[in-house]
Design a protein around this ligand. Structure first.
Ligand SMILES: [Fe+2]
Length: 156
C-alpha cells in the first residue's frame, strides 16, 4: 500500500533514510570528482569534456539537496560531513592526476555505481510503500544512466 512519510513506521523511515544517505554521499563525492576533472582535464577534447564535467557537477549539486531534503521529510538525520559521506560512499575520491580517457572511465564508473545505488534505494522504498521516495530515486537513476551513456560514447 502506498504510504506517505508520516504513515511509515520508524523502522521503515530509518532504513529508507540510510539508503538515501548513501545516495547523497555518492552524489557529493561524485560532484567533487566532476569539479576536479572540470579543472584538470587536458587533451584535444578539453572544451567538450570541461563542459560535460560542469554539467555533471551542476546536476549533482541540485540532486544532493533534493535527496537530503527527502531524508528530512522522513524525519531522519541527513549526513552533513565529508568524512561521514566518504565512509558511506561506494564511489571513492579521485586525485585528478589522469588522462582524459582515464577521467571519462572513472566518471562512467561513478555514474554506474550511482545508478545502481539509486535503483536499489528506489526498490527498497517501494517495498515499504514509499512511492514518493521511489519516484525521486527512479528519476535520479535515469539521469545517472544518461550520463554513463554520454561518457561511454566518448570511448567507442
Ligand atoms: Fe568552471
Amino acid at each position: 500500500m502506498t504510504q506517505t512519510a508520516v504513515a511509515l513506521s520508524t523502522d521503515a523511515r530509518t532504513a529508507i533514510a540510510d539508503a538515501l544517505n548513501q545516495s547523497v554521499a555518492e552524489t557529493t563525492v561524485t560532484t567533487m570528482m566532476a569539479q576536479n576533472f572540470h579543472w584538470n582535464v587536458t587533451g584535444m577534447a578539453f572544451g567538450p569534456l570541461h563542459d560535460l564535467f560542469q554539467k555533471i557537477y551542476e546536476d549533482h549539486f541540485v540532486a544532493q539537496d533534493d535527496l537530503a531534503e527527502r531524508i528530512k521529510a522522513l524525519d531522519a538525520h541527513a549526513e552533513g560531513t565529508l568524512a561521514g559521506m566518504l565512509k558511506r560512499s561506494k564511489v571513492g575520491e579521485h586525485d585528478g592526476h589522469a588522462t582524459d580517457r582515464e577521467m571519462i572511465k572513472a566518471m562512467q564508473g561513478a555514474q554506474e555505481t550511482l545508478a545502481a545505488t539509486l535503483a536499489g534505494c528506489g526498490a527498497m522504498a517501494a517495498e515499504h510503500g514509499d512511492t514518493l521516495t521511489e519516484d525521486l530515486c527512479i528519476a535520479r537513476g535515469q539521469t545517472h544512466e544518461k550520463f554513463a551513456w554520454f561518457l561511454r560514447a566518448h570511448l567507442s
